[in-house]
Design a protein around this ligand. Structure first.
Ligand code: ADP
Length: 395
Protein backbone atom coordinates (compact mmCIF):
# COMPACT_ATOMS: atom_id res chain seq x y z
CA UNK A 1 0.00 0.00 0.00
CA UNK A 2 1.13 3.57 -0.66
CA UNK A 3 0.58 6.19 1.99
CA UNK A 4 1.30 9.86 2.49
CA UNK A 5 2.58 11.21 5.79
CA UNK A 6 1.20 14.69 6.48
CA UNK A 7 3.10 16.85 8.94
CA UNK A 8 1.69 19.97 10.56
CA UNK A 9 4.36 21.46 12.81
CA UNK A 10 4.35 24.41 15.14
CA UNK A 11 7.15 25.98 17.12
CA UNK A 12 6.67 23.48 19.95
CA UNK A 13 4.53 20.71 18.47
CA UNK A 14 4.32 18.30 15.57
CA UNK A 15 0.98 16.86 14.44
CA UNK A 16 1.05 14.05 11.93
CA UNK A 17 -1.39 11.92 9.98
CA UNK A 18 -0.82 8.89 7.82
CA UNK A 19 -3.26 9.03 4.91
CA UNK A 20 -4.27 6.59 2.21
CA UNK A 21 -4.33 8.88 -0.81
CA UNK A 22 -6.70 6.60 -2.74
CA UNK A 23 -9.52 6.83 -0.23
CA UNK A 24 -8.33 9.87 1.77
CA UNK A 25 -8.80 7.65 4.85
CA UNK A 26 -6.76 8.43 7.95
CA UNK A 27 -4.72 5.37 8.90
CA UNK A 28 -3.01 6.81 11.96
CA UNK A 29 -2.52 10.17 13.58
CA UNK A 30 -0.68 11.71 16.43
CA UNK A 31 0.74 14.69 18.19
CA UNK A 32 4.06 15.40 19.86
CA UNK A 33 3.84 18.50 22.00
CA UNK A 34 5.89 20.62 24.39
CA UNK A 35 8.99 20.19 22.25
CA UNK A 36 11.91 21.86 24.01
CA UNK A 37 10.31 21.62 27.44
CA UNK A 38 10.91 19.18 30.27
CA UNK A 39 7.50 17.52 30.00
CA UNK A 40 7.15 16.47 26.35
CA UNK A 41 4.08 14.39 25.51
CA UNK A 42 3.06 12.12 22.66
CA UNK A 43 -0.37 10.88 21.63
CA UNK A 44 -0.59 8.28 18.86
CA UNK A 45 -3.81 6.83 17.41
CA UNK A 46 -3.98 3.83 15.12
CA UNK A 47 -6.74 3.24 12.59
CA UNK A 48 -8.26 0.48 14.75
CA UNK A 49 -9.03 3.07 17.42
CA UNK A 50 -6.18 2.14 19.76
CA UNK A 51 -4.35 5.10 21.19
CA UNK A 52 -1.23 5.57 23.22
CA UNK A 53 -0.30 8.53 25.35
CA UNK A 54 3.10 8.88 27.00
CA UNK A 55 5.73 11.27 28.26
CA UNK A 56 8.63 11.75 25.87
CA UNK A 57 11.96 13.52 26.00
CA UNK A 58 11.85 15.84 22.98
CA UNK A 59 14.43 18.64 23.20
CA UNK A 60 13.98 19.46 19.49
CA UNK A 61 12.02 18.62 16.33
CA UNK A 62 14.43 15.84 15.37
CA UNK A 63 13.75 14.01 18.60
CA UNK A 64 10.03 14.64 18.12
CA UNK A 65 10.25 12.73 14.82
CA UNK A 66 12.14 9.93 16.55
CA UNK A 67 9.32 9.77 19.09
CA UNK A 68 6.81 9.50 16.23
CA UNK A 69 8.83 6.71 14.59
CA UNK A 70 8.92 4.85 17.94
CA UNK A 71 5.18 5.26 18.33
CA UNK A 72 4.52 3.62 14.94
CA UNK A 73 6.94 0.86 15.92
CA UNK A 74 5.20 0.22 19.25
CA UNK A 75 1.82 0.20 17.50
CA UNK A 76 3.14 -2.74 15.46
CA UNK A 77 3.73 -0.88 12.20
CA UNK A 78 7.36 0.14 11.79
CA UNK A 79 7.74 3.27 9.65
CA UNK A 80 9.61 1.33 6.97
CA UNK A 81 6.55 -0.92 6.57
CA UNK A 82 4.08 1.96 6.15
CA UNK A 83 4.62 2.39 2.42
CA UNK A 84 5.24 6.11 2.79
CA UNK A 85 5.38 7.45 -0.74
CA UNK A 86 5.88 11.10 0.15
CA UNK A 87 5.69 13.53 3.05
CA UNK A 88 3.42 16.58 2.79
CA UNK A 89 4.35 19.48 5.05
CA UNK A 90 1.91 22.19 5.95
CA UNK A 91 3.66 25.57 5.71
CA UNK A 92 1.77 28.64 6.85
CA UNK A 93 3.54 31.40 4.93
CA UNK A 94 4.67 31.01 1.33
CA UNK A 95 4.88 34.76 0.67
CA UNK A 96 4.59 35.86 -2.94
CA UNK A 97 7.15 33.21 -3.89
CA UNK A 98 5.18 29.99 -3.56
CA UNK A 99 1.99 29.88 -5.58
CA UNK A 100 1.58 26.08 -5.60
CA UNK A 101 2.70 22.98 -3.68
CA UNK A 102 6.46 22.69 -4.07
CA UNK A 103 8.89 19.82 -3.84
CA UNK A 104 11.36 20.58 -1.08
CA UNK A 105 15.09 20.70 -1.75
CA UNK A 106 17.71 22.55 0.29
CA UNK A 107 17.01 25.84 -1.48
CA UNK A 108 13.22 25.60 -0.94
CA UNK A 109 13.78 24.77 2.73
CA UNK A 110 15.97 27.86 3.11
CA UNK A 111 13.32 30.04 1.42
CA UNK A 112 10.72 28.72 3.87
CA UNK A 113 13.05 29.69 6.71
CA UNK A 114 13.61 33.14 5.20
CA UNK A 115 9.85 33.69 5.01
CA UNK A 116 9.92 33.37 8.80
CA UNK A 117 10.41 37.15 8.82
CA UNK A 118 6.73 37.35 7.75
CA UNK A 119 5.51 34.50 10.01
CA UNK A 120 7.84 34.30 13.02
CA UNK A 121 5.44 32.09 14.99
CA UNK A 122 5.03 29.50 12.25
CA UNK A 123 7.67 29.12 9.55
CA UNK A 124 10.72 28.57 11.82
CA UNK A 125 9.10 25.56 13.52
CA UNK A 126 7.90 24.22 10.19
CA UNK A 127 11.40 24.60 8.78
CA UNK A 128 12.83 22.61 11.70
CA UNK A 129 10.24 19.88 11.13
CA UNK A 130 11.16 19.78 7.44
CA UNK A 131 14.86 19.38 8.23
CA UNK A 132 14.15 16.64 10.78
CA UNK A 133 11.70 14.78 8.52
CA UNK A 134 14.08 14.88 5.58
CA UNK A 135 16.80 13.41 7.79
CA UNK A 136 14.44 10.73 9.03
CA UNK A 137 12.97 9.85 5.63
CA UNK A 138 15.66 10.83 3.12
CA UNK A 139 14.50 8.44 0.41
CA UNK A 140 11.03 9.87 -0.15
CA UNK A 141 10.05 13.22 -1.70
CA UNK A 142 8.97 15.97 0.68
CA UNK A 143 6.43 18.55 -0.47
CA UNK A 144 5.48 21.90 1.07
CA UNK A 145 1.81 22.87 0.88
CA UNK A 146 1.28 26.52 1.74
CA UNK A 147 -1.74 28.09 3.50
CA UNK A 148 -1.19 31.20 1.42
CA UNK A 149 -0.77 29.63 -2.04
CA UNK A 150 -4.48 29.34 -2.89
CA UNK A 151 -4.87 33.09 -2.41
CA UNK A 152 -2.10 34.02 -4.82
CA UNK A 153 -4.83 34.31 -7.46
CA UNK A 154 -6.30 37.37 -5.71
CA UNK A 155 -6.26 40.46 -7.91
CA UNK A 156 -3.92 43.22 -6.80
CA UNK A 157 -6.84 45.47 -5.85
CA UNK A 158 -7.79 42.87 -3.23
CA UNK A 159 -4.34 42.17 -1.82
CA UNK A 160 -2.76 45.60 -1.88
CA UNK A 161 -2.83 47.81 1.23
CA UNK A 162 -3.06 51.51 0.46
CA UNK A 163 0.15 52.54 2.19
CA UNK A 164 3.36 54.08 0.84
CA UNK A 165 4.23 51.76 -2.04
CA UNK A 166 7.97 51.66 -1.29
CA UNK A 167 7.43 50.78 2.36
CA UNK A 168 4.99 48.04 1.33
CA UNK A 169 7.41 46.64 -1.23
CA UNK A 170 10.43 46.78 1.06
CA UNK A 171 8.72 44.99 3.93
CA UNK A 172 6.48 42.66 1.94
CA UNK A 173 3.38 44.32 3.41
CA UNK A 174 0.37 43.04 1.46
CA UNK A 175 -2.50 40.67 2.06
CA UNK A 176 -1.50 37.01 1.74
CA UNK A 177 -4.55 35.26 3.19
CA UNK A 178 -4.48 31.96 5.09
CA UNK A 179 -6.57 28.77 5.50
CA UNK A 180 -6.07 28.37 1.73
CA UNK A 181 -5.93 24.57 1.88
CA UNK A 182 -9.27 24.49 3.69
CA UNK A 183 -10.98 26.97 1.37
CA UNK A 184 -9.71 24.96 -1.58
CA UNK A 185 -10.84 21.52 -0.39
CA UNK A 186 -14.20 22.80 0.86
CA UNK A 187 -15.01 24.61 -2.38
CA UNK A 188 -14.08 21.54 -4.40
CA UNK A 189 -16.15 19.24 -2.20
CA UNK A 190 -19.10 21.65 -2.46
CA UNK A 191 -18.94 21.47 -6.25
CA UNK A 192 -18.70 17.67 -6.10
CA UNK A 193 -21.70 17.51 -3.78
CA UNK A 194 -23.75 19.65 -6.16
CA UNK A 195 -22.50 17.69 -9.17
CA UNK A 196 -21.52 20.94 -10.88
CA UNK A 197 -18.18 21.97 -12.39
CA UNK A 198 -16.05 23.96 -9.95
CA UNK A 199 -15.25 26.34 -12.81
CA UNK A 200 -18.91 27.36 -13.06
CA UNK A 201 -19.44 28.35 -9.44
CA UNK A 202 -19.17 31.58 -7.47
CA UNK A 203 -18.66 30.45 -3.89
CA UNK A 204 -18.34 32.09 -0.50
CA UNK A 205 -16.68 29.82 2.06
CA UNK A 206 -16.92 30.53 5.78
CA UNK A 207 -14.16 28.70 7.69
CA UNK A 208 -15.21 29.24 11.30
CA UNK A 209 -12.91 27.41 13.72
CA UNK A 210 -10.65 28.76 16.45
CA UNK A 211 -9.11 30.76 13.66
CA UNK A 212 -11.69 32.01 11.20
CA UNK A 213 -11.67 33.41 7.69
CA UNK A 214 -13.92 33.82 4.69
CA UNK A 215 -13.07 33.48 1.04
CA UNK A 216 -14.70 34.65 -2.18
CA UNK A 217 -14.01 32.04 -4.85
CA UNK A 218 -14.79 32.40 -8.54
CA UNK A 219 -14.47 29.27 -10.64
CA UNK A 220 -12.18 27.64 -8.07
CA UNK A 221 -9.90 30.69 -7.76
CA UNK A 222 -9.60 32.79 -4.62
CA UNK A 223 -10.60 36.38 -5.41
CA UNK A 224 -10.56 37.77 -1.88
CA UNK A 225 -10.20 36.57 1.68
CA UNK A 226 -10.60 38.11 5.11
CA UNK A 227 -7.19 37.30 6.60
CA UNK A 228 -4.43 39.57 5.39
CA UNK A 229 -0.74 40.16 6.05
CA UNK A 230 -1.14 37.86 9.06
CA UNK A 231 -3.95 35.56 10.26
CA UNK A 232 -5.09 38.41 12.51
CA UNK A 233 -7.19 40.42 10.05
CA UNK A 234 -10.86 39.90 9.34
CA UNK A 235 -13.35 37.96 11.41
CA UNK A 236 -13.69 37.82 15.19
CA UNK A 237 -11.96 34.60 16.31
CA UNK A 238 -11.52 32.53 19.47
CA UNK A 239 -8.69 34.67 20.81
CA UNK A 240 -7.96 37.12 17.95
CA UNK A 241 -9.59 40.49 17.41
CA UNK A 242 -9.89 40.44 13.64
CA UNK A 243 -10.33 43.89 12.08
CA UNK A 244 -9.46 46.88 14.22
CA UNK A 245 -8.52 50.43 13.27
CA UNK A 246 -4.68 50.52 13.22
CA UNK A 247 -5.06 53.95 14.79
CA UNK A 248 -6.19 52.21 17.98
CA UNK A 249 -2.88 50.34 18.05
CA UNK A 250 -0.94 53.55 17.61
CA UNK A 251 -2.92 54.97 20.49
CA UNK A 252 -2.05 51.97 22.69
CA UNK A 253 1.62 52.15 21.65
CA UNK A 254 1.72 55.77 22.73
CA UNK A 255 -0.06 54.83 25.94
CA UNK A 256 2.91 52.58 26.80
CA UNK A 257 2.09 49.16 25.34
CA UNK A 258 5.10 47.37 23.85
CA UNK A 259 4.93 45.51 20.53
CA UNK A 260 4.94 42.19 22.40
CA UNK A 261 2.10 43.31 24.65
CA UNK A 262 0.03 44.38 21.64
CA UNK A 263 0.80 41.05 20.00
CA UNK A 264 -0.48 39.20 23.04
CA UNK A 265 -3.53 41.44 23.35
CA UNK A 266 -4.61 41.03 19.73
CA UNK A 267 -3.65 37.38 19.15
CA UNK A 268 -4.37 35.79 22.51
CA UNK A 269 -6.57 38.01 24.66
CA UNK A 270 -9.13 39.31 22.17
CA UNK A 271 -12.02 37.93 20.13
CA UNK A 272 -14.41 35.69 22.07
CA UNK A 273 -11.99 35.31 24.97
CA UNK A 274 -11.63 39.07 25.24
CA UNK A 275 -15.37 39.47 25.78
CA UNK A 276 -16.09 36.40 27.88
CA UNK A 277 -12.93 34.76 29.23
CA UNK A 278 -13.41 31.72 26.97
CA UNK A 279 -12.35 31.38 23.35
CA UNK A 280 -14.48 28.26 22.88
CA UNK A 281 -17.66 29.03 20.95
CA UNK A 282 -19.64 26.39 22.88
CA UNK A 283 -18.87 28.12 26.20
CA UNK A 284 -19.83 31.49 24.79
CA UNK A 285 -23.09 30.13 23.39
CA UNK A 286 -23.94 28.51 26.73
CA UNK A 287 -23.16 31.70 28.64
CA UNK A 288 -25.28 33.76 26.23
CA UNK A 289 -28.17 31.31 26.66
CA UNK A 290 -27.83 31.78 30.42
CA UNK A 291 -28.29 35.53 30.00
CA UNK A 292 -24.66 36.67 30.13
CA UNK A 293 -24.62 40.11 28.46
CA UNK A 294 -20.94 39.99 27.46
CA UNK A 295 -21.40 36.61 25.78
CA UNK A 296 -24.44 37.90 23.90
CA UNK A 297 -22.48 40.88 22.67
CA UNK A 298 -19.58 38.62 21.65
CA UNK A 299 -21.88 36.57 19.44
CA UNK A 300 -23.54 39.66 18.00
CA UNK A 301 -20.18 41.13 17.01
CA UNK A 302 -19.01 37.74 15.68
CA UNK A 303 -22.10 37.45 13.47
CA UNK A 304 -22.05 41.12 12.44
CA UNK A 305 -18.47 40.79 11.18
CA UNK A 306 -19.28 37.64 9.19
CA UNK A 307 -22.25 39.37 7.56
CA UNK A 308 -20.10 42.39 6.75
CA UNK A 309 -17.79 40.14 4.69
CA UNK A 310 -20.69 38.16 3.27
CA UNK A 311 -22.14 41.38 1.86
CA UNK A 312 -18.78 42.43 0.50
CA UNK A 313 -18.18 39.12 -1.25
CA UNK A 314 -21.69 38.98 -2.72
CA UNK A 315 -20.89 42.31 -4.35
CA UNK A 316 -17.37 41.31 -5.41
CA UNK A 317 -18.59 38.11 -7.04
CA UNK A 318 -21.76 39.70 -8.47
CA UNK A 319 -23.87 37.25 -6.45
CA UNK A 320 -23.12 33.71 -5.33
CA UNK A 321 -24.08 30.17 -6.26
CA UNK A 322 -23.03 28.71 -2.92
CA UNK A 323 -22.43 29.83 0.64
CA UNK A 324 -20.52 27.11 2.46
CA UNK A 325 -20.05 26.73 6.22
CA UNK A 326 -17.08 24.73 7.52
CA UNK A 327 -14.75 24.07 10.52
CA UNK A 328 -15.70 23.58 14.18
CA UNK A 329 -18.27 26.37 14.57
CA UNK A 330 -19.46 26.41 10.96
CA UNK A 331 -20.04 22.66 10.84
CA UNK A 332 -21.61 22.29 14.27
CA UNK A 333 -23.52 25.38 15.32
CA UNK A 334 -26.89 25.56 13.57
CA UNK A 335 -27.95 28.67 15.51
CA UNK A 336 -24.92 30.55 14.25
CA UNK A 337 -25.66 29.56 10.65
CA UNK A 338 -29.24 30.76 11.05
CA UNK A 339 -28.07 34.08 12.52
CA UNK A 340 -25.62 34.63 9.66
CA UNK A 341 -28.27 33.94 7.01
CA UNK A 342 -31.20 35.72 8.68
CA UNK A 343 -33.07 38.21 6.52
CA UNK A 344 -31.03 37.58 3.37
CA UNK A 345 -33.95 36.41 1.19
CA UNK A 346 -33.49 39.44 -1.04
CA UNK A 347 -30.02 38.07 -1.86
CA UNK A 348 -31.45 34.66 -2.70
CA UNK A 349 -30.34 33.09 0.59
CA UNK A 350 -33.01 31.14 2.45
CA UNK A 351 -32.26 28.52 5.12
CA UNK A 352 -34.49 25.52 5.78
CA UNK A 353 -34.69 25.30 9.60
CA UNK A 354 -35.11 21.53 9.63
CA UNK A 355 -32.21 20.87 7.29
CA UNK A 356 -30.11 23.34 9.25
CA UNK A 357 -30.86 21.56 12.53
CA UNK A 358 -29.80 18.14 11.21
CA UNK A 359 -26.43 16.98 12.48
CA UNK A 360 -25.68 14.59 9.60
CA UNK A 361 -22.01 14.51 8.75
CA UNK A 362 -20.35 15.03 5.37
CA UNK A 363 -21.54 17.55 2.81
CA UNK A 364 -25.20 18.61 3.03
CA UNK A 365 -27.60 21.30 1.90
CA UNK A 366 -29.24 23.52 4.50
CA UNK A 367 -30.96 25.98 2.15
CA UNK A 368 -34.62 25.60 1.29
CA UNK A 369 -35.80 24.30 -2.10
CA UNK A 370 -36.64 27.86 -3.23
CA UNK A 371 -33.32 29.39 -2.18
CA UNK A 372 -31.44 30.77 -5.22
CA UNK A 373 -28.15 30.29 -3.40
CA UNK A 374 -27.20 26.78 -2.30
CA UNK A 375 -26.24 27.04 1.36
CA UNK A 376 -24.15 24.05 2.37
CA UNK A 377 -22.30 22.57 5.31
CA UNK A 378 -19.11 20.82 4.20
CA UNK A 379 -16.56 19.13 6.44
CA UNK A 380 -13.08 20.51 5.98
CA UNK A 381 -10.07 18.22 5.91
CA UNK A 382 -6.83 20.09 5.44
CA UNK A 383 -4.67 16.99 5.97
CA UNK A 384 -6.47 14.99 3.27
CA UNK A 385 -6.05 17.93 0.91
CA UNK A 386 -2.33 18.21 1.73
CA UNK A 387 -2.03 14.48 0.99
CA UNK A 388 -3.92 14.93 -2.29
CA UNK A 389 -1.76 17.86 -3.42
CA UNK A 390 1.41 16.07 -2.35
CA UNK A 391 0.52 13.00 -4.35
CA UNK A 392 -0.53 15.07 -7.35
CA UNK A 393 2.93 16.66 -7.36
CA UNK A 394 5.03 13.53 -6.88
CA UNK A 395 2.86 11.36 -9.12
P1 ADP B 1 -9.14 24.84 14.76
O1 ADP B 1 -9.12 26.20 14.14
O2 ADP B 1 -8.34 24.73 16.00
O3 ADP B 1 -8.95 23.70 13.77
P2 ADP B 1 -11.88 23.87 14.93
O4 ADP B 1 -12.21 23.94 13.49
O5 ADP B 1 -11.76 22.55 15.58
O6 ADP B 1 -10.62 24.75 15.30
O7 ADP B 1 -13.01 24.71 15.69
C1 ADP B 1 -12.96 24.92 17.06
C2 ADP B 1 -14.19 25.73 17.45
O8 ADP B 1 -15.35 24.99 17.08
C3 ADP B 1 -14.30 26.00 18.94
O9 ADP B 1 -14.67 27.35 19.16
C4 ADP B 1 -15.43 25.09 19.37
O10 ADP B 1 -16.16 25.63 20.42
C5 ADP B 1 -16.28 25.05 18.13
N1 ADP B 1 -17.14 23.87 18.15
C6 ADP B 1 -16.80 22.58 18.07
N2 ADP B 1 -17.89 21.78 18.20
C7 ADP B 1 -18.94 22.61 18.36
C8 ADP B 1 -20.34 22.43 18.53
N3 ADP B 1 -20.90 21.21 18.58
N4 ADP B 1 -21.11 23.53 18.65
C9 ADP B 1 -20.57 24.75 18.60
N5 ADP B 1 -19.26 25.00 18.44
C10 ADP B 1 -18.47 23.95 18.31
Amino acid sequence: MHTILVVNAGSSSVKYQLIDPETEARLASGLVERIGEADGRLVHRSDDGRSEERSVHVPDHTSAFSAMVDAFERAGTPVMALGIQAVGHRVVQGGSVFIAPTRIDDAVAEQILDLGSLAPLHNPGQYQAIVAARQMLPEVPHVAVFDTAFHQSMPERAYSYAIDAEVAEHHGIRRYGFHGTSHQVVSRRAAEYLGRPLESLRQIVLHLGNGASMCAIDGGRSMDTSMGFTPLEGLVMGTRSGDIDPGALLHLLRAGYSADELDRLLNHESGLIGYTGSGDFRDVRAAAAGGDAAARLAIEVYVHRIRHYLGAYLVELGGADTVVFTAGVGENNAALRAEVCAGLEWFGIRIDPERNASSASGARRISSHDSRVEVLVVTTDEEAEIARQTRALVG
